[in-house]
Design a protein around this ligand. Structure first.
Ligand code: 3H9
Length: 696
């Protein structure tokens, strides 16, 4: 045994407690301790039953993810679980908080499972690019039936304690202290004369091939390239064909295959980096300011989304609009957003009603904000307008209040310095729709106080957002990089690719949308306004997508006008390609003397990604993003980057920085203005290092 696993004999019960904070992960020391404790229980004549517990707020968080990719060390979890299941006296577990992955597999190795109210149970392995590897795919269908296993395992989703009892994953629901509840359950079982009930010895319910085919069809469509979700279906199918031992061997074979995929490495990278963005030396040990009441200025889509996100997380919100009619409209949008949350089961109707009655109000006067702790401005993107708003805020906000702007590209330093309190000013760049999107760029200006940055990160946590620190520049991390790869796409279109081919190639890479579909969704007026804003400072060698300007002048603004790059017809999902757009592009090529050439999808993907990574390298080098991981998280949560590719910087590491640099040098031969390898990319490539080496 180790100090991470305790063995006690209590009231004739062998009580085994796993104590490995913070999540009781089943790392090597725990496995050694657990196997030792099981052997001790097996040989303890005084023990009438065994109770497995996890100490702290949750039962077991699963295998230790940081061990994946390293040489495996005995004892291996499936063997420990087989030993547990084989005990000759009843084995009980009491699950509080969570039983996830290997944690649920340990529970399934127990003969009786008690789920404490509030616990969640599931096999989330596919979210990490693997499949359950300690019997989960074999034992779950034996207790829940195949349909429930096929619903949960490929999705990697969890169920509540109540639902777990309904589907047979747990035997009983309990409240109170898990140890007391577990002991009471074990006593009851003994009094009833209940014996061992090994799940592995239960028959797997019969099931026709159709359910598996349906699950495969569903996940081929839904998972866009993720291999583990489909592989998990094969493993569940094996449970219906094979006895437990060969079934386990098949599960192990598939698990080993998945462990060695680049997708596993990417998904585990994603898991760890998203937990690192808040780890910044400047806020380490810095207490955030207290935030209970916030103000939002502007009730358009963005302001209403921000208010919704804050309200659903228990914050008190005062929303300021310019007049009563606009305030009423904003309140209507928020009520609709909340109704949507109720519909999706994220909010109870009573909570929705209480929010609108007690914690939300609108105002048309800035003085209504005087009692708030933090205010987020979400008005029109114009520096003069923003400065006027901040002058008002400077007048009404109490000392120590945080003043935040939701600008997506304007200079936060200039906004901060237009007030008498620049240390209290910060950028909080939410992504639209703000009550749905998880990313929050925290834009730290030169004078921003560290406790204001700490407050922004604390607020993000309260609001359920993933916050990334960004420095001040046009577009911060995400939109600055976006403009580089958008420009690469426009260059390819000018050179001969069709916008539709670009979209298709980008989607084949794993993005949910191509750049032109995205433009149609956001509105082509946005891109037009950006081009206008940048026109005065544009280098004459830059490529201007004149066809996009023409689309704007034709009133083809995208989905909202029914036409943009695509034609949108009522009742149709997605848009239809339009030869007229191709004609506009052809006209632009002719005007600029370009003879179109063919592009392969692979070249499109490579150039698109190279432009992204190259600009990201500059963003890191300039300190706009502190680490490459901040770029990866920004793209995973704000731009729909395929998670199974880990983020642009992780992707670049996997293809090799020297190769990427060589590609860019090749592109530079034809277009030296746009394509120059970023200095950081050059340095890392010449030192044979990766972006990950800068993540710390
Ligand atoms: C598996 O089980 C495979 C088996 O089928 C087969 C084996 C043969 N390992 O999220 P938090 C760290 S695959 C190592 O902030 P919360 C995390 O990095 C596994 N470390 O806490 C963080 O570290 P730091 C299947 C882990 O309360 C700290 O713990 N299981 C693991 O918000 C706190 O984490 C899963 O996929 C781990 N398994 O949420 C569950 N889990 O403080 C993954 C966490 O240095 N975990 N850490 O930043 C979770 O979903 C959440 O962590 C959990 C707690 C819900 C448990």
């Amino acid at each position: 045994m180790t100090d991470k696993v305790r063995y006690e004999l209590i009231d004739g019960m062998a009580v085994i407690t796993i104590d490995n904070p913070p999540v009781n992960a089943l790392g090597h020391a725990v496995r050694v301790g657990l196997l030792g404790a099981i052997e001790r229980a097996a040989g303890d004549d005084a023990a009438r039953a065994t109770l497995i517990l996890g100490s702290g707020k949750l039962f077991l968080g699963g295998a230790d993810i940081s061990e994946f990719g390293k040489p495996p060390k005995d004892p291996w979890l499936p063997e420990i679980i087989a030993r547990l299941e084989g005990l000759s006296k009843p084995v009980v577990c009491a699950i509080q908080g969570a039983a996830l992955g290997g944690g649920l597999e340990v529970a399934l190795g127990c003969h009786y499972r008690l789920a404490m109210k509030g616990a969640k149970l599931g096999l989330p392995e596919v979210n990490l690019g693997i499949i359950p590897g300690a019997g989960g795919t074999q034992r779950m269908p034996r207790v829940t039936g195949v349909a429930a296993a096929l619903e949960l395992i490929p999705a990697g989703s969890t169920v509540s304690a109540e639902r777990a009892v309904e589907i047979g994953l747990a035997d009983r629901l309990a409240t109170g202290d898990p140890r007391e509840a577990g002991l009471a359950y074990a006593r009851e079982l003994i009094e009833q004369g209940a014996g061992p009930r090994p799940v592995g010895r239960m028959p797997c319910p019969e099931h026709g091939a159709q359910a598996f085919e349906e699950a495969r069809a569903l996940w081929s469509k839904k998972s866009s390239g993720e291999v583990a979700r489909l592989a998990s279906i094969d493993a569940v199918e094996a449970a219906t064909r094979l006895a437990i031992e060969p079934g386990m061997a098949e599960e192990r074979r598939i698990f080993d295959e998945m462990i060695n995929t680049p997708q596993r490495a990417a998904l585990i990278h994603a898991f760890f980096i998203e937990r690192k963005t808040a780890k910044l030396p400047e806020i380490d040990g810095v207490a955030p300011r207290d935030i209970a009441k916030i103000g939002v200025i502007g009730g358009g889509t963005m302001g209403a989304g921000i208010a919704t996100a804050a309200l659903t997380r228990g914050l008190d919100v005062t929303l300021v609009e310019r007049d009563d009619a606009s305030a009423e409209k904003a309140a209507g949008t928020i009520a609709r957003n909340l109704d949507g949350a109720v519909k999706r089961g994220k909010l109870a109707q009573a909570q929705r009603d209480a929010i609108l009655k007690d914690t939300f109000r609108t105002a048309t006067d800035y003085d209504a904000l005087s009692g708030t702790d933090l205010v987020i401005e979400a008005v029109f993107e114009d520096m003069d307008v923003k400065k006027q708003v901040f002058a008002e805020l400077d007048r009404v906000m109490k000392p120590g209040a945080v003043l935040a702007t939701n600008t997506s590209y304007l200079d936060v330093n200039a906004i901060a310095r237009s007030t008498s309190r620049p240390a209290d000013v910060i950028g909080l760049h939410f992504f639209s729709p703000a009550h749905v999107m998880k990313l929050l760029e925290v834009v730290v200006a030169d004078d921003t106080a560290n406790d204001v940055t700490a407050t922004a990160f604390a607020l993000a946590k309260t609001m359920g957002k993933t916050a990334v620190r960004a420095g001040v520049c046009d577009g911060f991390i995400g939109n600055r990089i976006l403009s580089a790869y958008r420009a690469a796409a426009d260059r390819m279109v000018l050179a001969g690719a069709s916008p539709y081919q670009v979209d298709r190639a980008v989607k084949a890479f794993g993005w949910p949308m191509g750049p032109y579909e995205m433009g149609d969704l956001a509105g082509l007026d946005i891109g037009y306004a950006t081009r206008q804003r940048k026109a005065a400072t544009r280098d004459p060698r830059d490529v201007v997508p004149t066809w996009a300007d023409e689309l704007y002048h034709l009133g083809r603004l995208g989905q909202k006008t029914g036409r943009g790059y695509y034609i949108y017809e009522a009742g149709q999902r997605g848009g239809k390609e339009d030869p007229e757009v191709e004609a506009l592009v052809a006209k632009a090529r002719e005007a600029q003397g370009v003879t179109p050439r063919d592009f392969s999808d692979e070249e499109i993907q490579r150039r698109y990604m190279a432009a992204m990574v190259n600009e990201a390298a500059r963003v890191v080098d300039e300190g706009i993003a502190r680490r490459p991981l901040d770029v990866d998280v920004t793209f995973l949560y704000g731009y729909g980057f395929p998670r199974w590719r880990g983020g642009p910087m992780h992707w670049a590491d996997t293809v090799g920085l020297a190769d990427l640099k060589a590609d860019i040098e090749r592109y530079a031969e034809e277009d030296p203005f746009f394509w120059q390898p970023a200095p950081l990319l050059q340095r890392l490539a010449s030192e044979n290092r990766t972006f990950a080496s800068l993540n710390g």
